[in-house]
Design a protein around this ligand. Structure first.
Ligand code: SAH
Ligand code: AVI
Length: 338
């Protein structure tokens, strides 16, 4: 069994790593100086934001998590069948890693599980739980942006790499960004790399808007928590009672848009900058793109991936895709299913 040290990834940051305050400050100042005002959605996930996201996943209106979980539960053994022994499972935006447990239970001969997330608290919680349930599994969390390069140590470099990107987090990027991220994942996973990715499907606007504007107000709290984080970490003066959560479906672009709308004309200061808000002016905090199966497969092909399998639920709410690198040698497959 390789030692923890031998398996440590070169780019792995200590588990306590948090993005440099100036990176966060720059992103917030840039976003609030833009017209229209924006904030990057990856900053939702401080400890409270990760907790609120977990609460969202239990909401009756938020169908994606339970639907994707059921798809994975029904197909985990099939997915695992095609994973060569001694592979590394690399997860992008792993959060609580709860869906991953379904795969890990079927992939008992993995060399390592590498969850990557910007949320320290989510990774720490997941590592502790997984160490308890799978004591033989090497878990190597990386606190950081999944767009960053991963430099594998030489012991792991030649091993087959399976990517896992559930949750439809791909939908939080524009299609152009998604193409770039998928192409980058191809590079990170190597020529024999495979990717299991969850993608939310287009559906009626009513169902979509309800999922992002729940009756209990948990999504509103998740959205507003971004301002709490900015107040705390960047000494800003947002008055949380004077901003309102909004979620709308934009059918032209096929995306849910989340905003924080100013209840009145007001000013907010932050690190020596002052930002003026008109009444009803909005900060665009998140997009959540929805795809048809064909649209997503086209995007994947454009990024150098070959769609191999797709699973959906009976109501066609959500899809899970298995992709292979376009020029991959698939001879290791255990059964000729396609
Ligand atoms: N995969 C989990 C969590 C989805 S929530 C699931 O399917 O339920 C999105 C997760 O991605 C959060 O944990 C968030 O912290 C993480 N995340 C968002 N943007 C990220 C980025 N740019 N780099 C790394 N992690 C990111
Ligand atoms: C992580 N991501 C895919 C979620 C989504 O559905 O876009 C984040 C979220 N935003 C509001 N609710 C959930």
């Amino acid at each position: 069994m390789a030692s923890e040290r031998a398996l440590a990834l070169k780019t792995e940051k200590p588990l306590g790593w948090v993005p440099a305050a100036n990176e966060f400050a720059e992103a917030v100042i840039d976003g609030l100086s833009s017209s229209p005002k924006t904030l990057p959605c990856r900053y939702f996930y401080d400890a409270r934001g990760s907790e609120l996201f977990e609460a969202i996943t239990d909401l009756p209106e938020y169908y994606p998590t339970r639907t994707e979980t059921a798809i994975l539960a029904a197909n985990a053994a099939d997915i695992a069948d095609r994973v060569p022994e001694g592979s590394i499972l690399v997860e992008f935006g792993s959060g609580s890693s709860r869906k991953t447990e379904l795969l890990l239970a079927e992939m008992l001969d993995l060399a390592a599980y590498v969850p990557i997330d910007v949320s320290y608290s989510a990774l720490a919680g997941a590592k502790q739980r997984l160490n308890g349930r799978f004591p033989a599994l090497h878990v190597h969390p990386i606190v950081g942006n999944f767009t960053d390069e991963i430099v594998y140590p030489s012991a792991l470099q030649p091993r087959p790499k399976i990517g896992f990107f559930p949750g439809s987090t791909i939908g939080n990027l524009t299609p152009a960004e998604a193409r770039e991220l998928l192409a980058g994942m191809g590079h990170k996973l190597g020529p024999d790399g495979r990717l299991i990715i969850g993608v939310d499907l287009k559906k009626d606007a009513h169902t979509l808007v309800a999922a992002y504007n729940d009756a209990a107000g948990v999504t509103a709290a998740f959205n507003l928590n971004l301002l709490t984080r900015i107040n705390r970490e960047l000494s800003a003066t947002f008055d949380l009672t004077q901003f309102r959560h909004e979620a709308v479906y934009n059918p032209r672009d096929g995306r849910i848009e989340m905003y924080l709308a100013s209840e009145r004309a007001q000013q907010v200061s932050l690190l020596g900058h002052t930002f003026a808000f008109a009444k009803a002016e909005r900060i665009h905090t998140e997009n959540s793109y929805k795809y048809t199966v064909d649209e997503f497969q086209t995007l994947a092909r454009e990024a150098g991936w070959q769609p191999e399998e797709v699973w959906t639920d009976k109501d066609s709410l959500f899809s899970v895709h298995e992709l292979a690198q376009s020029d991959a040698d698939l001879s290791f497959r255990s059964r000729p299913s396609y």
